[in-house]
Design a protein around this ligand. Structure first.
Ligand code: LLP
Length: 436
């Protein structure tokens, strides 16, 4: 049997099922390439995160980092689950607005928010703006004054901690484009300026150390660091943060070699650390906010492709080409990201060969997988790539003027189209004839 990153579900015919629906039926009903989400998995992960805080008896917010998937339907699921969301652009904010997401539960991030974006955010009534730099501090104050509003903010700090999948470095990431630097005193200057501003209400502190992190020490480190900073700010400015936001980055299992803890275990460590450090420093326990993106939607996503051509070269792994590729998932080409892929009609079948899964884009680097064990495949077979739910569709493009795929949400045996497949007409909708 093929090794996969997660247990797969099959029906009586032995086909892969997604949310209780046969993946081959999804492929024939909606065509391929198709992005399908098992919505129950998303809900379950939100609930697991919430349970950590409920058990610990602390105030909290689980804020979905919607850059991982920004479509109307996901904001509606997050609203139903009582999650917050964070957005990083006017476009993501607009999508959340169009979805009817409660604006008081939105945090707005970004290292270069424009005046128009800040005006949009204030007009929408966004609950929190995560202020990144001095330019923004001044601009936001002007925009808030003009709107006659008193805007709640968090200050984004550069914690001097960076973490990648399996490593964590203290003082590593001082050189970052995000946030107020701590070591040079920028953060303290920013707090002083914000506290003196009648249009801003400083609710607390924020930091984010990276993405797809497996090392629990990085999260413990950022939690500890933020409490330390809070203690310094209390002593220096008599300021007490109401919220400490430790960002996201909880790693998920893409291939069976990945062995992260469950995302909620990372969060339990963060909560314990903040509780302990705050108690030791006699600091009132702030609310703890997290911003998971990948861990909420990644494992719930499946990309379905149809097999087309095959190329054999003696001495090399064969190329099995599919009808999608870097336009619907650029992560393998961009980050050498690895996934596991199964044959949808027999996901548990014994693998008989190792192949390369090639996309259809005109670039040699457009490989969805550089080595995938698979049973025999033939043109017309459907392949299901697993764990594609984060930063796949979100980073999709129209490269080679391929339309972006449809997205379906599947739950309790029912599927629903939530993003229509682009048509050729969509590709030229904004083009204008040149009157040369
Ligand atoms: N909060 C902040 C401030 C962030 O910058 C990010 C991700 C998150 C939360 C969510 O991180 P997550 O839980 O999803 O790891 N395109 C890349 C990932 C970029 C992540 C950027 N920031 C990828 O495909 O791996």
């Amino acid at each position: 049997m093929q090794q996969t990153s997660q247990p797969l579900t099959t029906n009586a015919a032995g086909h892969l099922t997604i949310g209780g629906v046969d993946s081959l039926d999804l492929a024939s009903q909606y065509q391929t390439p198709l992005v399908a989400y098992d919505v129950a998995k998303i809900r379950d992960q939100v609930r697991r995160f919430k349970a950590v805080f409920e058990r610990a008896g602390v105030d909290y917010a689980v804020s979905f980092a919607s850059k991982a998937l920004s479509i109307k339907a996901i904001y509606q699921v997050m609203a139903a689950e009582g999650a917050h969301v964070d957005v990083v652009s006017g476009g993501e904010l607009y999508t959340a607005q169009q979805a009817g997401f409660p604006m008081s539960q939105v945090s707005f991030h970004g290292n270069n928010k424009s005046q128009a974006e800040l005006e949009q955010a204030l007009q929408a009534g966004v609950g929190m703006i995560v202020v990144d730099n001095f330019h923004e501090l001044t601009l936001l104050s002007q925009v808030a004054r003009a709107a006659g509003k008193h805007q709640p903010i968090l200050l984004r700090l550069t914690p001097g901690i960076t973490a990648h999948t399996n490593e964590y470095i203290q003082t590593g990431q001082v050189d970052s484009k995000f946030g107020f630097d701590l070591a040079s005193g920028q953060a303290a200057t920013a707090l002083k300026q914000a506290l003196a501003d009648p249009f801003l209400q400083v609710e607390g502190l924020h930091a984010h150390i990276g993405s797809q992190i497996f090392d629990v020490a990085g999260f413990a480190g950022v939690a500890k660091k933020l409490v330390e900073v809070a203690v310094t700010f209390r002593d220096q400015f008599d300021y007490l943060p109401k919220i400490i936001n430790v960002g996201g980055g909880f790693g998920i299992r893409y291939v069976s070699a990945d062995q992260p803890k469950a995302p909620e275990d990372f969060v339990a460590t963060i909560v314990d650390e903040i509780k302990r450090e705050a108690a030791a420093a006699n600091l009132p326990l702030p609310a703890i906010w997290i911003e998971p993106g990948r861990s909420l939607v990644g494992p719930a996503g499946y990309n379905l492709y149809t097999v087309g051509s095959r190329k054999e070269i003696p001495g090399y792994l064969p190329y099995v080409a599919v009808d999608g590729g870097m336009g619907d998932n650029i992560r393998p080409a961009l980050y050498q990201a690895e996934y596991e892929t199964v044959l949808a009609k027999a996901p548990l079948a014994e693998a008989v060969e190792t192949v390369r899964i090639a996309g259809k884009y005109c670039e040699s680097g457009d490989l969805l997988s550089a080595h995938q064990n698979l049973p025999a495949t033939a043109p017309g077979d459907v392949l299901a790539m697993l764990d594609t739910g984060a930063y796949g569709f979100a980073m999709a493009s129209n490269y080679n003027r391929n339309p972006r795929p449809a997205v379906v949400f599947v739950e309790k045996g029912k599927s629903q189209l939530v993003v229509k497949r682009e048509q050729y007409a969509d590709l030229v909708r904004n083009d204008r004839d040149y009157q040369g």
